[in-house]
Write a protein that binds this ligand. Sequence first.
Ligand code: MIG
Length: 832
Amino acid sequence: MIGLIWQGIKDLGLKTLWNSLQYQLRQRRYRTETAAVALEDYRRPGTVIDMSRDGRTVTLQTVSGAYAITVLAPNLFRVRFRPDGDFVPPFSYAITKPDAVWPPCDFTVVTTDAAVTIRTQRLTCRVDRESGRLTFLDPHGNVISEEAEGIAFHPAGPVVCRRRIQPDEHFYGLGERAFGLDLRGRRYETWHTDPQTYQLEQDPIHLCIPVLVGLHSQGQQGYAILFDNTFRGHFDLGATDQDVASFEAEGGEMRYYFIYGPTLASILARYVELTGRTPLPPRWMLGYHQCRWSYYPDERVRKLAADFRHTYRVPCDAIYLDIHYMDGYRCFTWHPQRFPDPAGLIADLHTQGFKVVVIIDPGIKADHRYWVCQSGLENDVFCKLPDGRLLRGPVWPGDCYFPDFTHPRVRTWWGELCRSLVEIGVDGFWNDMNEPAVFGPLGTTFYDVTRHDLDGRSGDHREAHNVYGMQMVRATVEGLKRLRPDERPVCITRSGWAGVQRYALGWTGDNESKWDSLWLTMPMVMNLGLCGLAHTGPDIGGFNGVASGELFTRWLQMGVFFPLMRAHTNFHSPDQEPWSWGEPYLSINRRFIELRYRLLPYLYTAFWQCHQTGAPIVRPLMWAYQDDEATHTLDDQFLCGDNLLVAPLIAADADRRTVYLPAGTWYDFWSDEPIVGPAHISVEASLERIPVFVRAGAIIPMGPAMSYVDEQPVERLELHVYPAAGSGQALLYEDDGESNAFQEGEYRLTRFTLIATGISPTALEIRRATESHYTQACDSFEVVIHGVHHLPLEIVLDGETVAPSQCAVDSDGHSVRLSVGPFRCLRFVWTE
Ligand code: MIG
């Protein structure tokens, strides 16, 4: 305790510590008392007494209110219940697609004495007339999800929906959670919180998303519920009552969207149609990124760049500047001694091929001589208390005012502030502390009574808290789009909400340099992906604490396959750079970062697929093997894109682990050995290896092992072919990697079809078809066929015979390669 206080005084100074104490005392006083809510006092909709249909919406009057059930798509219904029955069009920060924009969707409404049944081709909602409870059924009449006691509401504001848990049901989603993949059996809060360091099973943490995914009936049934209510709430997934899953909020409307799959892919496709798609990031975002709290002064940053480019020759695309670059932690300023010439520094980093990302927090120092504070006061942008005084709370700069990002005018003001950094050359923004966090022990945030505009609807912090961070990154990104319309904006966020994926990518906050924290990254990133936030990654090596060389290397190996690959560490921790532990770690780390770069064509294609369809880049195995129950709780391995299965080492001193391979044939990425699943196998993995398997039938496009930004367009692509019996498909997406020209057709999509007689095939054919046009697309290929040991007897390239001697057997003896131009059909024969 004394140590903590001493650390606090050292880090923050006495004054801020004192302010923080006072703030917390006031926070108690200002906490809104939600009236003692006894379960008996809840009311239920009651019997259905009347039904009417208007366009897409069926309205059901009940004894104590009304339902409005809206059919938006064959597998997407919205359910609202209001005691006052007054259904104004719903306002939602999560949803991007207005009702009127959904294509027409046929449905029937059948009313009997027992029920009102609303039916599309894919989904049925049955409302029991006597109880007023809802059941969702598939077209065959099987229950997908049914209400237990159903919806209830309290006159003081709270709303709840209680649903029956199916016997073999698993639950996923809910945003960033410090738990395993399957969330069943526990209660979770939706109220973003800065835990400073999160431990396993700590809840809530930085980024909650009110999306619950359910899977049951041996994987035959899959659905998702988006609880579209931003108030502080809970999801109780069988903790209080083991057969009941409930979601509740302290206020607001009972409104949820029900999406039927049954596949996870169809759920996500619909979900991103509703809440927005992940934009395609600039390609440098996929490179290796280096961060710490903080690299300063400028000479330290220059040395870091030189270490990457010259001393250690490790590829890297981006360097991050944490809070010490600012002048007294004042946002949009530079420390005059530490960074006297930021534009010059950034220009130099740019010439060396680095991008620069800077941190920006929401708190604006309450300093009336500071231009941002002055401008904020003049423009009336800061959050206020009910008596009209400004909200003041201590963060890094000392006492701060906080912009109300739920006001459109304030968002525009903020977006314009970004100009100062954009003009200096900053490439990306890193928005931290936006839960929002105010200094103090766990959970300190704005007072409940703080007023917010809520886009003209006006309300208090209980309703605005969960969207504050999302509206902050929205302000940042909308500003960047105005300032640099031809570039893809980059914003990294710590907090968010349903729909935040359309503005920002996320990182998984303040983890620890520990093995269980390494493991935890997997279920965390997978569950985030199932909530539509696919572009995420952890602080590689762990944020708090001291990483060993082994821990860092293992984490980095896993990070190769994560959407964001960034090393970061705490102010109090030693450096965590690829060379920080000397050899053998440096060489291994370098090789794995190079592997990341070689995989960029494959990863970039996975990002494009994500942008198109909502399919996350990192996926739980059940994504592709939903009817294999062994995958339903599997959270120490994952799929990366369509064709790679990754099983990281998650313990100290381990050089072997068990890996589950689902049905089909898998090639060991390192040895090309084919293995037939389903099987649990034991895999050797010394520090030089991470177990990776390639799905048979795949083609993995790979490029050179070099940083993207400091090189010319890729001159030659390797196409790694993994034969299987039958035919397989693979994609390759290419564009300039930075502009928005792809939206005007400046891209090339290649579809490969692979047809082979089996593993070690006697004959194999690759067809290549391209769509659209990108002038710099790569037209020179090195085709590498894995798992074959001999030169083919015959090669036919677009109808012409090629001498087999043009091929070479690789030195390892289990792959054969051939260089070709832009072929349409390439055929190999090994025996007659
Ligand atoms: O109070 O900016 O999660 O990544 O290095 C801590 C300093 C504030 C928390 C972030 C972390 C960042 C740190 N920040």
